[in-house]
Ligand binder design. Structure first.
Ligand code: SF4
Ligand code: SF4
Ligand code: FES
Length: 235
């Protein structure tokens, strides 16, 4: 099986064709296995990220044939092309700069949680949103996030956070709204943050897709847009 690995160094992309050597007969390796073997043999300075190897940490996401995939859970196929995700600036090879997303929620998460009472029941929709592994696969084709990178730019606030949101950031904010130990004020702040990050863009968007199957359209975008449509005291 031959796989094309796109390396990225000093602004230059270059393709390396790597032939995977199966470790046992009939092996069906994951793309992360291919990257690890390539690094151990032909491309010793190949750069990529991984952690859990079990679809939990979310940091191994790469583009496979132009689509974001979790490398430790994506089967490699002959002819696959593996590159850094196209939705974030590349640092080197398959490593992308993720901090613009991570910084976005600083100061927006609740500091005033009520006492952490283990007897408090969270709604099912809250639990559904805890499945997010922060892989950022949902940035693909998101017109809100695309504004951060318009015309090859990298639009950040002074604190290094991206100006515009993404399905991931809206998920985190909606989760606060459903969190039974967050205060009502925290929920209001989370909603205001979602609005500030560009929630209205979602009205004209067919919806987002999650890398691990969370129903973003119905569990995140729809309730936020419904809240935005509710009349306020001023209306
Ligand atoms: S919402 Fe889904 S695709 Fe987006 S970061 Fe979380 S797990 Fe990944
Ligand atoms: S619905 Fe909103 S968050 Fe989802 S892809 Fe569209 S613009 Fe992005
Ligand atoms: S290595 Fe953790 S999700 Fe792939």
């Amino acid at each position: 099986m031959k796989v094309e690995l796109v390396t990225y160094r000093k602004g230059q992309a270059r393709s390396v064709i790597y032939e995977y050597v199966p470790r046992e007969e009939g092996e069906r390796p994951m793309v992360l296995d291919v990257l690890l073997q390539a690094q151990a043999t032909k491309v010793p300075d190949l750069s990529f990220r991984y952690g859990c190897r079990n679809r939990t940490c979310g940091i191994c996401t790469v583009d496979i044939n132009g689509k974001p995939r979790i490398a430790c859970r994506a089967r490699a196929r002959d002819g696959d092309k593996v590159s850094a995700v196209s939705t974030l600036p590349a640092v080197r090879d398959m490593v992308s700069r993720r901090d613009g997303i991570a910084r976005q929620l600083r100061g927006k998460l609740p500091h005033t949680l009520r006492a952490n009472d283990l007897n408090v029941e969270a709604p099912a929709d809250y639990h559904a949103l805890t499945a997010c592994i922060e892989c950022y696969a949902c940035l693909d084709h998101c017109p809100m996030h695309a504004r951060n990178l318009d015309s090859g730019g990298d639009k950040r606030n002074e604190d290094g956070a991206y100006r515009w949101g993404s399905p991931f950031s809206l998920l985190k904010l909606q989760r606060i709204r459903l969190d039974p130990v967050a205060s009502g004020l925290d929920g209001e702040k989370a909603f205001a943050a979602a609005t500030d990050l560009g929630l209205e863009i979602c009205r004209d968007c067919p919806g987002c897709k999650c890398g691990v199957g969370i129903d973003l359209k119905n569990k995140v975008i729809k309730p936020l847009l419904e809240a935005a449509s509710e009349p306020t005291a001023k209306d």
